[in-house]
Design a binder for this molecule. Sequence first.
Ligand SMILES: Cc1cc2nc3c(=O)[nH]c(=O)nc-3n(C[C@H](O)[C@H](O)[C@H](O)COP(=O)(O)O)c2cc1C
Length: 148
Amino acid sequence: MKTAICYLSFHHGNTLQVVQAMAREGAADLVDVRTRQAVHLEDYDCIGFASGIYGFEYHRAVVEFARQYLPQNKKVFFVCTYGGAKGSGSKALRALAAQRGCTVVGEFGCKGYDTFGPFKLVGGLAKGHPNAQDLERARAFFQQITRE
Ligand SMILES: Cc1cc2nc3c(=O)[nH]c(=O)nc-3n(C[C@H](O)[C@H](O)[C@H](O)COP(=O)(O)O)c2cc1C
């Protein structure tokens, strides 16, 4: 199954570590939503959207990218990292997927080192994450959703 993961990772590169682990597991093309590389998401069977959780949601640039480029009737999945909790962060992406007739095949989330604002003063949240176990879970998740 031809797979792309469109991601944004800027705080500590946490999400990038996760999507790289997934890409190493199976063949997946990584698309940084900040670059102006030509994207042809219609060429893919399965499309992931990935970012840290910022203000309780996936980064707005990832949601915007999906709004602009997600074709109809694809398999989609979501990947996030978060300092505290992911909550209902994928709500906007799920709504968009439903509008485009896309099937959500899964969502992966794990903790990611977080030094936002006051957390920096206490050495940050989720120090050491994603760790080896998180990345192993990420690989297993990716293997499972891309199996068929
Ligand atoms: C501006 C900002 C807002 C954040 N908001 C949240 C939040 O609402 N909930 C949460 O659990 N983590 C929050 N975090 C922590 C990030 O989600 C976490 O560090 C994530 O792993 C960053 O991913 P990245 O390194 O791939 O950018 C925030 C971090 C920043 C910098």
